[in-house]
Write a protein that binds this ligand. Structure first.
Ligand SMILES: Nc1ncnc2c1ncn2[C@@H]1O[C@H](COP(=O)(O)OP(=O)(O)OP(=O)(O)O)[C@@H](O)[C@H]1O
Ligand SMILES: [Mg+2]
Length: 267
């Protein structure tokens, strides 16, 4: 069965097209989508959702009518047209991460605008979760603002942080105040690498606070676009004092889970 998952996030829209078969070991097949696509959400979640599905179908070499079941998820899921079901990001990230890593018991999704930690049971269903969707602190947007303040590319932050001899302490978690702090540190000629390391540490500490109430059990899977930042990955491992796994293409985990849930619901 051809299924599609469309995850319209606050910053990026993602789609995954799968050849779903309930009877085959899922993670051997679903781990390798037939097609996937990622683009900025922009001003229209509706258009972005449609466009990423077209992109993923193109990569799969399929026409739109080939899709037999579909799920929309993410912040913009209400605007996605033509899907069979709309399911929360919590469920979709849990499903996607568990299928990539059956030992996963905690999933941390650091997206562009929110951060979530989800506890899973042994079958990969969410038991409990915590979410920060009230401010940009601890999210990708925070890092984007700080990269701009440092005048470096977002992708450079991790390499810079890795080269730092010490870690600058940033006392503000608020994006606006932290940006002022970064500007002050630059004015004091503080090394950019040390500030980059401090920013990764800030994200890790903020995420650690978010998980306080939860029981964080291994394996811990880190996904969402911020998982591409190796500096944050390492800082998170230090903060939790646990090994954390980042799957290949961590930004697509929610869309993958959506495509899997579409297959499971339709089967
Ligand atoms: N190569 C990269 N290196 C570091 N960070 C990256 C990279 N690519 C993307 N990001 C980060 O990923 C973030 C977007 O992540 P993602 O696509 O998971 O967010 P989203 O799903 O749109 O947001 P949300 O889940 O909050 O609605 C960007 O803000 C950026 O910080
Ligand atoms: Mg997201």
């Amino acid at each position: 069965m051809i299924t599609a998952g469309i995850d319209v996030g606050a910053l990026t829209a993602k789609a995954v097209v799968l050849d779903f078969d309930m009877d085959r070991p899922l993670r051997q097949t679903q781990g390798r989508p037939l097609g996937r696509c990622l683009m900025p959400t922009g001003a229209s979640p509706e258009q972005a959702g449609g466009a990423v599905l077209v992109g993923a179908l193109e990569e799969a070499g399929l026409e739109a009518d080939a899709v037999q079941a579909s799920v929309g998820t993410g912040y913009g899921r209400g605007a996605v047209q033509g899907v069979d079901w709309r399911i929360t990001e919590i469920s979709c990230h849990a499903r996607g991460a568990w299928h990539l890593m059956p030992d996963a018991r905690t999933v941390i999704d650091l997206g562009g605008q929110d951060a979530k930690a989800i506890c899973l049971d042994e079958a990969g269903w969410p038991l409990d979760f915590e979410m920060n969707d009230r401010c940009a602190a601890g999210t990708g947007r925070f890092l984007e603002v700080m990269a701009a303040a440092l005048d470096v590319e977002l992708e450079e932050l991790a390499a810079l942080a890795a080269g730092a001899e010490t870690t600058a302490t940033l006392s503000s978690t608020c994006t606006v105040f932290a940006e002022s702090e970064v500007i002050s540190l630059l004015a004091e000629s503080r090394d950019v690498a040390e500030i980059a390391a401090g920013l990764c540490e800030t994200i890790a500490q903020r995420t650690l606070q978010m998980t306080n109430r939860l029981q964080v059990r291994p394996e811990v899977v880190l996904c969402g676009g911020v998982a591409l930042n190796a500096g944050v990955h390492r800082a998170m491992e230090r903060a939790l004092d646990m090994r954390i796994v980042v799957p290949p293409e961590p930004q697509l985990v929610g869309a993958l889970g959506a495509a899997i849930l579409a297959g499971e619901r339709a089967a």
